[in-house]
Design a protein around this ligand. Structure first.
Ligand SMILES: *[C@@H]1O[C@H](CO)[C@@H](O)[C@H](O)[C@H]1NC(C)=O
Ligand SMILES: *[C@@H]1O[C@H](CO)[C@@H](O)[C@H](O)[C@H]1NC(C)=O
Ligand SMILES: *[C@@H]1O[C@H](CO)[C@@H](O)[C@H](O)[C@H]1NC(C)=O
Ligand SMILES: *[C@@H]1O[C@H](CO)[C@@H](O)[C@H](O)[C@H]1NC(C)=O
Ligand SMILES: *[C@@H]1O[C@H](CO)[C@@H](O)[C@H](O)[C@H]1NC(C)=O
Ligand SMILES: *[C@@H]1O[C@H](CO)[C@@H](O)[C@H](O)[C@H]1NC(C)=O
Ligand SMILES: *[C@@H]1O[C@H](CO)[C@@H](O)[C@H](O)[C@H]1NC(C)=O
Length: 800
């Protein structure tokens, strides 16, 4: 093998004077006419990009010789592929390297000239160079200076370069997304579409310093190093999740507009994602076209939906967006005929008439009504600051729906059709985007036979034009949350979340990290937790789930959803491992142990307790109300609330949580009893419908425990009526104190944990106690929601 590699390497280096060219590679022998780097890491040659269509490319050498799915890192002629017959890459005597299509037209050249003997050489780092044929010969041209959509380690990305995405997963021609240094010296991602263009990364509404970038370094250079650190002169850095290890790496702008770093072990086929630039890919501009919203569903990937009252222009071409099914007249009656449909958590970026601060909803609406071209307005009220934002819109572009976005869009629609608009229209995915991203084959026939030069030339010329046209018509299609097929951590067609650093680990890697699962740090309902040290020196908690009670699909589905969750007060998930019957989760390691341990060791002063109560409430509110999926925890207890080094709470153990759809409250899959004695809501015991209020109840008990220092399970008492459930005992005791306030004095002082002494804020304590008592009401409908809890607690928070 090695000798044949060398043979190919040097095969083409010789300068023959009998032709006008020194050497040439022919498209007709794509398997043999290749250049390989000395160690065989990279290969350059003709790469098939469609039926009878080839591009001259560099790719990672394939272990399995399947020339159709290699990882291409560079292309000379991505937008102008050449015919599968008689096309050549030739080094001319003039020193120019040219690619000719079907023996006739030049489609690409290096534009070099030299009278000295030259050679083309492919280095093991993936750089193809044209240089003088002598030691330390002058380099005339380097492929590293003209990147396509990929940067390799040690390849400098500089001022005049661009990375341009490909059209789709399998169409290599130039797409609409670009990575470049903008005029402010900032490394940026640009959507450069047919009708609109805009920068979407860094977030366009941020000042450079808010995005932690500096516009003052005008050297404009960025580079990925071999260890996996990407550094840009504007201060942006991306440390890959596997930083420090020796791996094959690349940084690619994918067809969906995000830049991701990929890595794999030498000799492996599969790439894994080790980092990405844009952390919220559904916010990438241009995905769905005008009047359309990108919805990020963790299970089905990204989807484009028309807003109510609009319909899709072209089902095959998502980037065309949607058109209105109505016409708004513009006269004095307009006001009466207009109806505004609210779409909560929907944002359309840009194309505002104006920005109006502190307008009321009514003022904002009237402002929009007065403008004939106002199609909608965005309205956002930040209650606690008393500020409101009003953005009347001219166009609806760059739409996305995200629970994180606190504002709403109010869509202007004619009133008479009012009955047909439904807020749920936008959730109702009748327009499911298929994965058919345009696997059309390029069709070009080669006419065999007589060498009728001029006729053939014309035919070739015509078919060429045809091909170029066909190529131009390829579209990125719907940008599913899907990786290139050879890079995906994709099992059984399941699409995995691509959170930063989120990846699949191998079992041996985790075995090594935990020193053979030796350091146990906890046991939960779902499995055992071990401390581990990853190869990049990160300390992690590794949870080994009890074996084989869950199928692969189910496991991946759940991992997928957990991986998408992202909240300061939820434990972060770094990855997972699925190997045979082993199921492991790799989680953020939290320093200070659980709330239970901290309470029993008296490590928490009042301020910390209050902030832990608030943080926990925020995380639950996020799970209940802000995720696209409705998630119940079902086992809230002090053992499942961990404390980090800043005394912030982090909820763990979603092992018991089950995903429900919002409208499906009587879900029979909840027939099994869940939760932990002492913290369980009465609904579990009386077999009543399970709702998010079960978590509210458990939360209330936990808070009462934090206030009183008394664990509900240590309050066992047998009364005359028999056994009173433990938690009720604690609750009854507190309620009794409150009822008898006139006799016993301030009830708050009676119940507070003696360990706190007098060091507490009485107002906060009272607020928290009252809220907690509301949370443990027997009747679930009387209990507040978690976001109401957050609101009530926030108003008494001290800034610490
Ligand atoms: C190469 O081209 C450049 C500019 O076109 C010219 O100045 C130079 O003389 C040429 N060199 C040779 C060796 O032909
Ligand atoms: C600008 O960035 C380059 C590359 O990161 C760095 O070497 C250089 O020191 C920076 N210059 C200044 C003035 O910060
Ligand atoms: C609308 O009403 C105003 C006065 O009320 C009038 O000046 C204007 O011409 C009217 N416009 C139209 C389009 O009818
Ligand atoms: C809006 O109202 C808030 C609170 O009343 C105030 O702080 C802010 O300055 C106002 N903004 C403008 C632009 O008037
Ligand atoms: C979507 O809407 C149609 C009619 O508007 C309805 O028949 C269908 O059940 C809805 N689908 C879902 C999943 O809600
Ligand atoms: C899809 O729409 C975009 C934008 O309008 C256009 O540039 C592209 O050519 C269209 N593709 C097809 C196949 O119609
Ligand atoms: C390429 O295809 C071969 C055979 O179909 C497969 O074994 C290999 O994993 C694929 N490689 C990549 C990188 O997808």
């Amino acid at each position: 093998m090695a000798s044949s590699l060398n043979f190919f390497t040097f095969l083409i280096l010789f300068f023959h004077f009998q032709h006008s060219s020194s050497f040439s590679l022919s498209v007709e022998k794509p398997e043999q006419d290749i250049i390989m780097s000395p160690k065989g890491t990279f290969t350059a040659g003709f790469y098939s990009v469609g039926e009878n269509a080839y591009s001259f490319a560099i790719w990672f050498t394939q272990i399995h010789k399947n020339l159709n799915n290699a990882t291409v890192v560079w292309m000379a002629n991505r937008d102008q592929p050449v015919n599968g017959k008689r096309s050549t890459l030739s080094l001319l005597k003039t020193g120019n390297l040219v690619l000719t299509d079907a023996g006739h037209s030049n489609v690409w050249s290096t534009n070099t000239n030299s009278s000295k003997p030259l050679e083309l050489f492919l280095y093991d780092i993936g750089n193809l160079v044209l240089r003088e044929r002598k030691t330390n010969g002058f380099i005339l041209w380097r492929s590293f200076d003209f990147p396509t959509d990929t940067l390799l380690p040690d390849q400098s990305f500089t001022r005049y370069m661009k990375l341009v995405s490909s059209k789709s997963d399998n169409v290599y021609s130039s797409g609409f997304y670009k990575l470049l240094f903008n005029n402010d010296n900032l490394l940026s991602l640009l959507y450069d579409g047919p009708q609109v263009s805009s920068i979407y990364w860094p977030d366009p509404w941020l000042h450079s310093w808010e995005a932690r970038r500096s516009s003052y370094n005008n050297s404009r250079v960025a580079k990925l190093d071999v260890l996996g650190n990407f550094i840009s002169s504007d201060g942006f850095t991306l440390k890959t999740s596997d930083y420090g290890t020796s791996l094959q790496r690349r940084l690619t702008i994918d067809f969906d507009g995000n830049v991701r770093s990929y890595s794999r072990k030498h000799g492996q086929e599969k790439w894994s994602i080790s980092g990405q630039f844009h952390q919220q890919p559904f916010k990438i501009h241009g995905i769905c076209g005008p009047n359309s919203v990108c919805i990020n569903n963790p299970r089905t990937g990204r989807k484009c939906l028309c807003v109510p009252g609009y319909s899709r222009i072209d089902n095959q071409n998502w980037s065309q967006g949607c058109k209105p099914n109505f016409q708004l007249s513009c006269n004095n009656k307009t006001k009466l005929e207009t109806y505004f449909q609210r779409l909560p958590h929907v944002e359309f970026y840009g194309y505002d008439y104006q920005f109006k601060a502190n307008y009321t909803y009514k003022q904002c609406k009237h402002f929009c009504l007065r403008m004939c071209q106002c199609v909608a307005f965005q309205y956002r009220l930040v209650r606690d600051q008393g500020i409101s934002y009003c953005y009347p819109k001219r166009q609806l572009q760059n739409g996305f729906s995200s629970p994180e976005f606190r504002g709403s869009i109010f869509l202007r629609l004619p009133k008479r059709k009012h009955a047909f608009y439904n807020e749920n229209d936008i959730q109702n995915g009748s327009l499911v985007c298929s994965r058919n991203t345009g696997v059309q084959q390029l069709k070009r026939s080669y006419i065999k036979g007589k060498k009728n030069g001029s006729l053939n030339f014309l035919l070739w010329f015509a078919t060429c034009l045809g091909v170029i046209e066909v190529l131009c018509f390829f579209i990125a299609g719907c940008f599913l949350f899907k990786n290139r097929k050879h890079s995906a951590t994709n099992k059984q067609g399941y699409i995995l979340a691509i959170a930063p650093g989120f990846r699949e680990f191998s079992y041996s890697e985790l075995k090594q990290a935990t020193k053979g699962f030796s350091q146990e740090i906890g046991k939960g309902a779902g499995g055992t937790v071990y401390k581990g040290l990853l190869s990049d020196n990160r300390v992690v908690a590794i949870k080994r789930l009890h074996e084989a009670n869950q199928g692969e699909r189910e496991f991946l589905a759940e991992v997928n959803i957990i991986g998408m969750l992202n909240h300061m007060n939820l434990i972060g998930m770094l990855g997972y491992c699925l190997a045979g019957k082993h199921r492991l989760l790799v989680l953020e390691f939290v320093e200070k142990g659980s709330l239970a341990e901290n309470l029993s060791s008296n490590a928490l002063d009042w301020g910390k307790r209050y902030n832990i109560a608030l943080g926990t409430a925020k995380a639950l509110a996020y799970l209940h109300e802000e995720c696209l999926e409705w998630i119940l925890h079902c086992d809230i207890k002090p053992q499942n609330i961990l404390i980090d080094s800043d005394y912030r709470p982090k909820i763990v153990d979603f092992g018991l949580s089950k995903l429900l759809h919002r409208n499906n409250l009587n879900n029979s899959s909840f027939s099994r009893m869940r939760g932990t004695r002492g913290y369980m809501a009465p609904e579990w015991i009386f077999n009543l419908p399970i709702t998010s209020k079960v978590d509210v109840y458990s939360y209330g008990i936990v808070v009462l425990e934090m206030i009183t220092g008394k664990s509900p399970t240590t309050c066992i008492e047998i009364t005359d009526d028999g056994i009173v459930s433990h938690n009720e005992r604690l609750v009854t005791w507190i309620k009794e104190k409150r009822r008898k306030e006139s006799e016993v004095g301030c009830w708050i002082e009676q119940i507070v944990d003696p360990a706190l002494g007098l060091n507490y804020d009485i107002v906060q304590l009272k607020t928290l106690a009252v809220v907690a008592l509301d949370c443990v009401e027997k009747e679930k409908d009387v209990r507040p929601t978690m976001s109401q809890v957050v609101e009530r607690l926030q108003s008494h928070q001290h800034d610490s």
